[in-house]
Design a protein around this ligand. Structure first.
Ligand SMILES: [Zn+2]
Length: 82
């Protein structure tokens, strides 16, 4: 197959805290919150405001890529192969 190229634009995706609605979750690697080696792995996060803790399959904030004019489906995320 020939190689092709298409322009993409980076999209910053942040996750606002479910509990306080002010802060956002940040990846944290403290001793009592280790990565869960499930499939896919889950990464520990803490809210920057209230300290609420959650696990996510990606580390926030994260950058995804979209084609020109494409709107990302943030709720139904599948790992991008790039
Ligand atoms: Zn919070």
């Amino acid at each position: 197959m020939p190689r092709i190229q298409r322009p993409v634009r980076p999209i910053l995706v942040d996750y606002i805290c479910d509990k306080c609605g002010k802060g956002s979750y940040r990846h944290s690697g403290t001793d009592n919150m280790k990565v869960l080696w499930s499939n896919p792995p889950k990464f520990p996060h803490e809210c920057t405001e209230c300290g609420d803790r959650k696990y996510f399959i990606e580390k926030y904030p994260t950058i995804r890529y979209a084609y020109e004019g494409e709107v990302l489906d943030l709720e139904n995320y599948e790992q991008q192969p790039m």
